[in-house]
Design a protein around this ligand. Structure first.
Ligand SMILES: *Cc1c(COP(=O)(O)O)cnc(C)c1O
Length: 357
């Protein structure tokens, strides 16, 4: 019963097999290989556009280096106050941008609203010498609360940003989960909605260690090869990144994996919300579930060996849901590799514990 994260599971068999298959003979180093060429060509196909795409091994590097391409050191990078770039990357965005300032924006359910974005941009006018200059907006899709922006919502935010010359980055660590949950194409959820640069995740959805930074305007990617190399993310045996991404995109494995992960989450939510005392904190729109759970149920689950993380209470919007005295706030994440039997067992234990006085 492992619901700790979508990176606590292993690698899709197809991707591991592709890595092994690439382990034959010699190939050019540093990404000048046939596997990488195939992966990049497939990304162009999927996004219906000639992109400038780059493979690297972590989402943190993808985000930090992508943002570095969009902002000067004296720039402001706007993001949700609980964004991964803000809270979970150990200052990598500040480091790789050579000191740009991250500016957090409040918003319910992990989402930035047009009004909040306008207000924040208004507080950072261009040309005020005492302040950092507006440079980039970063949106997480899916968000850190497991919610989604619709394509129309993305388009509205990007147009507000573009009006004042602010470029838009999308942290798509869970891009596939967000995509399959909505009725739109990869192009519609990215560049057609005004996204300039996308961190396209693969690791959490089945790869071993592979993410792509995708520039929809190749002119913005001018210096990225140097940034990636300087950042230590240009793999000498780059073919193994190419093999992972090519296999991830082959025969729609990425969409299939994400659909499985989301379906597992929906099943877990359906079971848990029937258990007395368990309450959803945010709607589950992809593969992350946030619930308040009476401590007795939490204890029973822990005792049975279930694995998941407690989350910070301060993120809860108390106008929406009031935590009770003995509530535990937890996050559960499902993946392509979640065992359906583990979902059933988890729900059964919660149900039994709820029925025990
Ligand atoms: C996991 C995750 C990342 C990438 O994290 P790494 O551990 O550096 O690969 C980026 N953004 C979000 C929202 C994530 O959940």
């Amino acid at each position: 019963m492992d619901f700790a994260s979508d990176n606590s599971v292993g690698v899709s068999a197809e991707i591991l097999a592709a890595v092994a298959a690439a382990n034959v003979g010699a190939a050019h180093a540093y990404g000048e290989d046939a596997w990488t060429a195939k992966a990049l060509a497939r990304l162009d196909e999927i996004f219906e556009r000639r992109t400038a795409s780059f493979l690297l091994t972590t989402g943190t590097a993808a985000n930090a280096l992508a943002l570095a391409a969009l902002t000067p050191p004296y720039g402001a990078v706007f993001c949700h106050e609980s964004a991964h770039v803000m809270e979970d990357e150990c200052g990598a965005p500040e480091f790789f941008t050579a000191g740009a300032k991250l500016v957090g924006i409040e918003g319910r359910q992990g989402k930035i609203t047009p009004a909040a974005l306008r207000a924040t941009l208004g507080a950072f006018p261009r040309g005020r010498v005492t302040q950092v200059q507006p440079a980039a907006l970063s949106l997480s899709q899916a968000t850190e609360c497991g919610t989604l922006y619709t394509c129309a919502e993305i388009a509205e935010l990007t147009s507000i940003a573009h009006e004042v010359g602010v470029a838009v980055h999308m942290d798509g660590a869970r891009f596939a989960n967000a995509l399959v949950a909505q009725n739109c194409t990869p192009a519609e959820m990215s560049w057609k909605a005004g996204i300039d640069v996308l961190s396209f995740g693969a690791t959490k959805n089945g790869a071993l260690a592979c993410e792509a930074v995708i520039f929809f305007d190749p002119a913005q990617a001018d210096n990225f090869v140097y940034r990636r190399k300087r950042g230590g993310h240009t793999l000498s045996k780059g073919r193994f990144l190419g093999a992972q991404m090519a296999a991830y995109l082959e025969a729609d494995l990425w969409l299939e994996n994400a659909s499985k992960a989301n379906a597992h989450a929906a099943k877990l939510v359906a079971g848990l919300t029937k258990v007395p005392g368990i309450r959803l904190v945010w709607p589950t729109e992809a593969n992350e579930i946030f619930v308040l759970m009476p401590r007795g149920i939490d204890r029973a689950l822990q005792a049975a060996g279930a694995h998941y993380y407690e989350w910070a209470f301060h993120a809860i919007d108390r106008a929406q849901v009031q935590p009770r005295e003995d509530d535990v706030f937890i996050r559960l994440v499902t993946s392509f590799a979640t065992d359906p039997a583990a979902i059933a067992e988890f729900v059964a234990i919660a149900q039994a514990a709820a029925a025990t006085p």
